[in-house]
Design a protein around this ligand. Sequence first.
Ligand code: NAD
Length: 323
Amino acid sequence: MRRKCAIVAGGAGFVGSHLCRRLLDEGYEVDCIDSLLTGRRDNIDSLDTRGPFRFHHEDVARPIRFDHNADAVFHLASPASPADYLRHPLETLTAGSAGTANTLELAREKGARYILASTSEVYGNPQVHPQPETYWGNVNPVGPRSAYDEAKRFAEALVTAHRATHGTSTAIARVFNTYGPRMRRTDGRAVPAFITQALDGRPLTVTGTGSQTRSLRYVDDLVEGLLALHTSTVPGPLNLGNPEEITVLELARQILRATGSGSPTVFVNRPQDDPDRRCPDITRAREELGWAPKTGLREGLDRTIAWYRAHRRTFSHDAPAWT
Ligand code: NAD
């Protein structure tokens, strides 16, 4: 019997490397396509010992030639942290536009199921709480975050049009804040920033008053949701996130407790267009996929902190905290 094959665009990144690992453990052959714009070779170095794994150092914004079969195409290739997409706005827009068009074309050619990793950022700074998939969002189209938000909104429109035009089996996952091992400490997101600051004994840089909320979900739960979406016929969009909200200040406090650090907390300027609240309504994911996150925040933080402790020496210094 032929093994199932999955293509993971963006597979050398934080989420992608966890997804590649899980697919190999499920018996898939995995082809990872990544330009290494924000990903790392280290993330995927040992994966070929777990199963048939091939790395293709390519930019998905360029046409992709690919000889193998594929049953699934996961499109995760895009800068994802605000620090990264502010540094690479044009690459972010082409990853969402040309990158989505090329990966969709690949799925059509191979007759594969297509999964787009979209984002909660399509809701912008939401006026509706929690956010259901039927909410259209509140996005500034020319603000600093617009390259990312609009790239993902365009990508969702492209997936929808491709499905309607070519009948490709597609799914849109709206991914909410995710954390876990292998986030770069320099990527600027709150969890890696706070953990590395706490472990280094430096002040934790909370933006604004820290009263803005996020809903954090451990990476293994997201991977579970992406796999459930792949094996279903559900088109989405589906929110994949944790409906438990936490303020950024409370997150800093929990990380101080979990690391046992005596670092102080300092308050720094909040970035423009930073959302006040973020909380998914996951009714659809529960009903259509039977999916909900399982890992509690303390358990997820403990696992993540253990990884950062073990890999402290392999990472350079971090950037200011964005959320
Ligand atoms: P990441 O930056 O760690 O990974 C993205 C990967 O895509 C990197 O390996 C990067 O090198 C690669 N990439 C970027 N542009 C590319 C291109 N043009 N061609 C090929 N490879 C390219 O980010 P992540 O946190 O792992 O996010 C993965 C996906 O999930 C992204 O699409 C992101 O928008 C989405 N997402 C993530 C989160 C989160 O909290 N991590 C939240 C919402 C959505």
